[in-house]
Design a protein. Structure first.
Ligand code: GLV
Ligand code: MN
Ligand code: MN
Length: 421
């Protein structure tokens, strides 16, 4: 007897096994049993992870296609090939101190949905595509969501290929060639999906604190990344009187303090982070010569985000003047807040409730490929809880039941969008 479609469920243990297997590539172990991932975009580890996921895709008989920025797509054809497919996916690159769920869950749950359809002999009207997008994290090559941004036409391919790595200055295009993932499909894509839905861990504490099983994501907050290169005068720590110093590290410290104060002043959803500080020459008895730092500010409200950016720029100019240093500022990423398609959001909520899950509508604090896809097709996201709200941390964890619940919601949203019969 074929399974009634309403009763269809993914295989949680198969999904779990794939998450564990992919998590072994670039695995990082913590002192308390934490198991995370260091799989920066376009490194050897990223290549090995890509190869494994592509093997799984091919093992299911899916045709795998790769575009010129290295995004990978595998499609289960529908019964009506002239219809645009529905798409799901996410990313498999991680930050250097990442977990094994961020991004990976969305890709592997998408694959699990396809396997569930195949093994149950279900062919929807529209094809269903599972994708993984290049360099979502932006930790090695800024901006974040780079692959999906290029896919939708928000960044020219040639400009993207020329971006340099934050760690070793490698050129993105060269790294893509080196790992063998410079594909043939043109970017921007010649046609876009009918709709896009992405399953992702929440990466914050809201669902866990509220005891809610599924987050229905209504949008993504705006993101602004700035890199500041501060140049002063390197000098002897013992002999240089304080009034003669031009100390870029002191300026960086004042900026970091300002960013924290600013979030307090603006209140609400404003967040701000100084996450990277490169100090030269970084020696105990030398006033630093240069400091490169990053500032990440985010808000769900575009005008408040602009206010934060303006105040930051004013403070940087003032402190640079006071301390007699030069500051060069470069925007690494800038994305306005995104609202997902209300009808798609409703579909997610309904599917989750039909499956008996508690739900909560919420914005996303993190950036996601879905916010880029939202530029070209109706898009939405499903969140599952993160233990202790932790992510971008090797202790990141989402319980198997939550993983399974999220993947089943994904299955039913995709079925509803792809249509049957
Ligand atoms: C990227 O995933 C970010 O939110 O920083
Ligand atoms: Mn992610
Ligand atoms: Mn991430």
């Amino acid at each position: 007897m074929p399974t009634a479609v309403d009763d269809l469920r993914i295989d949680g243990s198969r999904l779990h096994r794939r998450i564990e297997a992919l998590g072994l590539i670039g695995a990082v172990h913590g002192p308390n049993g934490e198991r995370g991932c260091a799989r920066l975009a376009l490194t050897d580890a990223d290549r090995d992870a890509r190869d494994l996921v592509v093997t799984w895709m091919r093992d299911l008989g899916l045709t795998v296609e790769i575009d010129r920025i290295g995004n990978v797509f595998a499609t289960l054809p529908g019964t009506e090939p002239e219809l645009a497919p529905v798409m799901t996916g996410s990313h498999i690159d991680t930050v250097a101190t990442g977990g094994r769920f961020d991004g990976n869950l969305g890709v592997l749950a998408g694959l699990e949905v396809l396997e569930t359809l195949i093994t149950n002999g279900i062919t929807p009207r529209r094809g269903v595509t599972v994708a993984f997008f290049t360099d979502e994290e932006g930790a090695r090559f800024a901006p974040d969501m780079l692959g999906s941004l290029v896919y939708v036409g928000g960044l020219a391919l040639e400009d993207a290929l020329d971006i340099r790595a934050a760690d070793d200055d490698a050129r993105l295009g060269d790294e893509l060639d080196r790992i063998g993932y410079s594909g043939a499909l043109p970017v921007p894509a010649v046609s876009f999906p009918h709709s896009y839905v992405e399953l992702h861990i929440e990466q914050g504490p809201i669902l866990e604190d509220a005891g809610i099983e599924i987050g229905v994501v209504e949008g993504v907050q705006g993101i602004s990344w700035t890199e500041l290169t501060i140049s002063g005068r390197s000098a002897h720590a013992g002999t240089t009187p304080m009034h003669l110093r031009r100390d870029p590290l002191l300026v960086a410290a004042r900026i970091a303090g300002f960013v924290r104060d600013l979030t307090g002043e603006l209140g609400g959803d404003q967040v701000g982070t100084v996450g990277r500080l490169d100090v030269h020459p970084n020696l105990v008895n030398v006033v630093a010569a240069t400091v490169t730092m990053t500032v990440d500010v985010r808000n769900t409200d575009e005008s408040l985000l602009q206010d934060a950016e303006r105040r930051l720029a004013e403070f940087v100019a003032t402190v640079a003047d006071e301390e007699q240093v030069d500051v060069r500022s470069r925007t690494l990423a800038r994305f306005e807040p995104v609202e997902f398609d209300p009808a798609m959001v409703d579909v997610v909520e309904l599917a989750a409730r039909r499956l008996g899950h508690s739900t909560r509508r919420m914005p996303s604090g993190a950036g996601h490929d879905a916010q880029m896809l939202a530029r070209v097709c109706p898009s939405a996201m499903i969140f599952t809880p993160s233990v202790d709200g932790l992510s971008h941390n090797i202790a990141e964890y989402t319980a198997p039941d939550d993983v399974e619940a999220g993947a089943n919601v994904l299955l039913h949203v995709l079925l509803e969008r792809a249509g049957l019969g």
